[in-house]
Write a protein that binds this ligand. Structure first.
Ligand code: NAD
Ligand code: UDP
Ligand code: UDP
Length: 336
């Protein structure tokens, strides 16, 4: 950080509210899965005012209904690819579809969201002197050639593949963050999030944990994409939110990996879901999609030493918590 310019003056809001010390926090993508859990946690602190902006592409107002009408909460329908004028002290910038089926649906829009959206939020951060946190992704490591992945690894990303709109989009977003930091002294934080799961994921979101849990509840076969030996590491959403807040509040720009180092093959995940939710369900193999990373596991040495953070919820504890949420939304109770 030594080469960065000094940060701009704190926002007029923070100065004006000096004696009150309230924090006004913007959460982009706050109607989504991780964002809505983050908002819940931020709202628990009476000193926080939370503004959510979201275009509801993959998120839903329903995820935030518990805060409607609350005097410290505000929800704005807005697309981050358009300029935004608000006065805030901190920005958690999450807006971006995260599930492959959604980010591939309109890849050009995914790139605009990552590039223009992040540029706009950095322009906003610069104008008001806010600290900004980007939720980047383990996808910046692509199909990694080192294992587990630590933050010094530059990645192995296909620049022209069907996942590139997301992977390369996030890589440019990280570049923009560091260039605004070095050129304009903006206070930045970058989290590289590894696969996260928990209540409120879209039921038909297409990601593996939500697919398997919904399939097990509906008595449908669990669809393991070939070869089934590919690995992922799954972090429960409350652990993730805790890590993001620690990163925002701490002194390190990052990038810092935030994820659970417990590593599972997709076949092992299917077996766990079967055992925990529906021992009668079938497991089948189906075709995979291009460029699927073969292995992924975070090295969280930095998160542990710099943030004092490590995950507390094991996959075998998290799956039942998510099952309860999916059952109530699907209206299917446990068989007795
Ligand atoms: P999500 O799809 O549930 O949430 C994303 C939110 O952003 C949604 O509410 C969506 O409507 C909103 N959004 C999308 N494009 C927008 C735009 N142009 N303008 C305004 N709002 C927009 O996904 P999530 O799992 O909560 O992911 C949140 C963030 O974390 C994303 O930036 C994602 O890249 C990152 N991340 C997630 C995971 C994971 O496993 N969930 C892993 C790595 C990184
Ligand atoms: N921006 C924004 N809100 C603000 C300030 C800027 O959305 O409060 C946008 C602005 O429209 C621009 C981007 O952020 O497209 C980058 O702004 P910056 O001031 O860094 O660059 P410039 O406007 O000089 O190109
Ligand atoms: N996957 C699977 N069955 C599914 C959905 C996904 O086996 O129904 C696999 C997919 O091939 C990948 C892994 O699960 O290897 C994680 O995929 P997901 O889309 O959840 O996240 P990402 O690829 O972004 O890590």
């Amino acid at each position: 950080n030594a080469s960065a310019k000094p940060p701009p003056e704190p926002s007029p809001l923070r100065k004006a509210k000096f004696f009150q010390a309230n924090m006004r926090i913007l959460v982009t993508g706050g109607a989504g899965f991780i964002g809505s859990h983050l908002v819940d946690r931020l709202m628990q602190n009476e000193k926080n005012e939370v503004i959510v902006v979201d275009n509801y592409f993959t998120g839903s107002k329903d995820n935030l209904k518990q805060w409607f009408g609350h005097p410290r909460f505000e929800l704005i329908r807005h697309d981050v690819t358009e300029p935004l004028l608000v006065e805030v002290d901190q920005i958690y910038h999450l807006a971006c579809p995260a599930s492959p089926i959604f980010y591939k649906y309109n890849p050009v829009k995914t790139i605009k969201t990552n590039v223009i959206g992040t540029l706009n939020m950095l322009g906003l951060a610069k104008r008001v002197g806010a600290r900004i946190l980007l939720t980047s992704t383990s996808e910046v490591y692509g199909d990694p050639l080192i294992h587990p992945q630590d933050e010094s690894y530059w990645g192995n990303v296909n620049p022209i593949g069907v996942r590139s709109c997301y992977d390369e989009g996030k890589r440019v977003a990280e570049t923009l963050m560091f260039d605004y930091h070095r050129q304009h002294g903006i206070e930045i934080r970058i989290a590289r999030i590894f696969n996260t799961y928990g209540p409120r994921m879209n039921i038909d979101d297409g990601r593996v944990v939500s697919n398997f849990i919904a399939q097990a509840i509906r008595d449908e076969p669990l669809t393991v994409q070939l070869p089934g030996t590919q690995t992922r590491s799954f972090c429960y959403v409350s652990d993730m939110v805790d890590g993001l807040i620690r990163l925002m509040e701490g002194d390190n720009t990052g990038p810092i990996n935030i994820g659970n180092p417990g590593e599972f093959t997709m076949l092992e995940l299917a077996e766990s879901v079967k055992e925990l939710i529906n021992p009668d369900v079938q497991i089948i193999t189906v075709e995979n999609t291009p460029d699927d990373p073969r292995q992924r596991k975070p090295d969280i040495t930095k998160a542990k030493s710099l943030l004092g953070w490590e995950p507390t919820i094991k996959l075998s504890e998290g799956i039942p918590l998510m099952e309860d949420d999916f059952r109530s939304r699907l209206g299917i109770s446990r068989k007795k």
